[in-house]
Ligand binder design. Structure first.
Ligand code: URQ
Ligand code: ZN
Ligand code: ZN
Length: 590
């Protein structure tokens, strides 16, 4: 067991009991559906009271959160720790990876069990549990990959969804031909199985056949460097697979969750499918997508360019980060993960002479929240409530661990971030907590970061000092039949979904400015293309003709609370207005 602690702390158990009571005072509590000025009292890892004038036992440690936001700890729905792929093993193991997560404000990660073709899913699951259980510094759950198909795989999927194993999501690959990729027939069966089990099917949406052929052609022409990676799999290759996956899910009358959406075209394809399909479709993007771009593939330095290689790739279109941020704010995308999958310079060199051999993956679990805060909140694109939704609570709802996770409320786990919107830092590999020697956000100045991070009631980031305990985290079971995904309201048209108390209506920050250009004209074009590709809606499920939301009608009832006004001296250009929280308008003053 490794303990990053001050000399006064002695063991995981003692640390737990000596810090079993905690009061976070004078902060502004932010949940996905509103904000309120309230104190938060924690005992034995659980939030016991939220409000003002609380009666607290003597000897309780108090954190003064004046001027700070008190938010649910981040949930990163997409990590790969200790993953072996493409001849290498990720630098971040479950200890270093979750330590980096906590440093950045994330208190739960969902990692992927990825079985080899022909391997038992249960065996792979057990391997992952063995790797993770003794090392995680925060709680974690598992998705399981379906990388091949047989009756035994179907049976093991069912076993994995039982109470004993606690898995409710399965990832299928439409890329990585000759390793994890499934053909459409098999993908259809796997998605059907998920729907039958009331689990959540996830897809990696890229056309693996096109990528394989393009790779051959590029290599034959002498394009061997990292720039060939994006060239072999441009936006269209991603958007086609997004549309195809949605069509297959529609035929199977299944919901669908699309992981790591990296391009405007892919988001447009999803937006169109969400408008036509009855079952819910969810889109996840990455910190990498909003925090950097594909221009790095043209960097003359192989190390630099290869460090940015992931799949689907970062896009050269410089409008991508802004468009993806807009989509996150407008609920065309629902979550942001990291896809943390770090390989060292030495590992990336496996592809020195052939871009197709560069191990795929980048960092992100540590900087995901600060990057989104900087790019999304400080710029006024989204408000803090939407920030909480996309970084935490929506993942908790989809994967059916809400409100245990993803909420600051009585009886929720005490996974809490005290966020200082004034804290400034510059991201660098020289200071990050990852085990990897490169950071794709190197040199970026961010304003807003966690000051305290509480994991299950224990202060693991203490006024900037990281004090995690290896093995302190635990495995969290994710039960099937998530009401958010499979509940009645989830299958209805957009109006009832928006009215559901469980579902936050996303808030576009208006700032008095015209919203940045969305997908208007381009969308119409792609709409036509995709309609032509997909044919008519399935006879297996009932199309609802779900209406696309009218952006002009969003967020018209803003309150006057403004972070830039309230936190004097902030150098963030923030001017965020939010709706009144449920139960009445907040005072707006700390
Ligand atoms: O495809 C993924 O999610 C993993 C296995 C690799 N990382 C990446 O490049 N996205
Ligand atoms: Zn993937
Ligand atoms: Zn991934």
């Amino acid at each position: 067991m490794t303990i990053d602690v001050t000399p006064t702390s002695v063991s995981g158990i003692n640390i737990r009991s000596s810090q079993n009571r905690l009061l976070i005072k004078n902060g502004r509590v932010v949940n996905e559906d509103g904000m309120e000025d309230a104190d938060v009292y924690v005992e034995d890892g659980v939030i016991k009271q939220v409000g003002r004038n609380l009666i607290i036992p003597g000897g309780t440690r108090t954190i003064d959160a004046t001027g700070k936001l008190v938010m649910p700890g981040g949930i990163d729905p997409h990590t790969h720790f200790e993953l072996e792929m493409m001849g290498a093993k990720t630098a971040d193991d479950f200890y270093k990876g979750t330590r980096a997560a906590v440093a950045g404000g994330t208190t739960t990660v969902i990692d992927f069990v990825l079985p080899q073709k022909g391997q038992s899913l249960l065996e792979a699951y057990n391997n992952w549990r063995q790797k993770a259980d003794g090392k995680v510094c925060c709680d974690y759950a598992l998705h399981v990959g379906v990388t091949w198909w047989s009756p035994s795989v179907r049976k093991e999927m069912e076993q994995l969804t039982s109470e004993q194993y606690g898995v409710n999501s399965f990832k299928m690959f439409m890329a990585y031909k000759d390793s994890w990729m499934l053909d459409d027939y098999t993908l259809y069966q796997a998605i059907e199985a998920c729907a039958e089990l009331k689990a959540i099917p996830q897809v990696h949406a890229e056309n693996g056949d096109i990528i394989a052929r393009n790779t051959e052609k590029l290599l034959a022409k002498g394009v061997t460097g990292p720039e060939g990676h994006e060239m072999s799999r441009n936006e269209e290759v991603e958007a086609e697979a997004v549309n195809r996956a949605c069509v297959i899910a529609n035929q199977a009358n299944s919901p669908l969750y699309i992981v790591h959406m990296m391009s405007k075209s892919a988001v447009q394809a999803l937006q169109i499918a969400r408008a036509r399909q009855r079952q819910p479709l969810y889109g996840e993007t990455l910190a990498a997508t909003v925090g950097t771009d594909g221009s790095h593939y043209r960097n003359a330095c192989f190390r630099h360019a290869a460090a940015h290689v992931l799949s689907p790739p970062l896009r050269p279109d410089p409008a991508t980060p802004q468009a993806v941020l807009d989509a996150l704010a407008d609920d065309h995308l629902q979550l942001i993960g990291s896809d943390n999958c770090t390989f060292t310079e030495k590992d990336k060199e496996l592809g020195k002479d052939n871009f197709a051999k560069i191990p795929n993956g980048v960092n992100g679990v540590e900087d995901r929240m600060a990057i989104l805060w900087q790019k999304g909140v400080n710029t006024g694109i989204m408000d803090p409530c939407r920030f909480v939704a996309v970084t935490s609570s929506t993942a908790a709802k989809i994967f059916n661990i809400w409100p245990q996770k993803g909420r600051v409320a009585v009886n929720s786990d005490a996974d809490i971030v005290v966020w200082d919107p004034r804290l400034e830092r510059t991201i660098s590999a020289s200071t990050h907590k990852h085990a990897v020697d490169f950071n794709i956000f190197e040199g970026q100045h961010v304003v807003g970061s966690p000051q305290y991070v509480v994991v299950n009631g224990r202060v693991c980031l203490d006024d900037g000092d990281l004090r995690v305990v290896e093995g302190f985290g635990k495995f969290i079971k994710t039960p099937v039949n998530s009401p958010y995904v499979y509940g009645e309201e989830a299958a209805d048209s957009v109006e009832p979904r928006a009215q559901s108390p469980m579902i936050h209506t996303p808030k576009r920050v208006t700032n008095g400015n015209t919203p940045s250009p969305g997908f208007g004209e381009e969308l119409k074009l792609v709409n036509k293309q995709l309609e032509a590709m997909s044919g008519l809606p399935s006879g297996c499920s009932t199309p609802t003709g779900r209406k696309m939301r009218d952006t002009a009608q969003r967020d018209l009832q803003s309150s006057s609370f403004s972070i830039s006004k309230e936190v004097e001296g902030l150098d963030t250009k923030t001017s965020v207005r939010v709706r009144n929280p449920p139960g009445g308008k907040s005072s707006g003053l700390w």
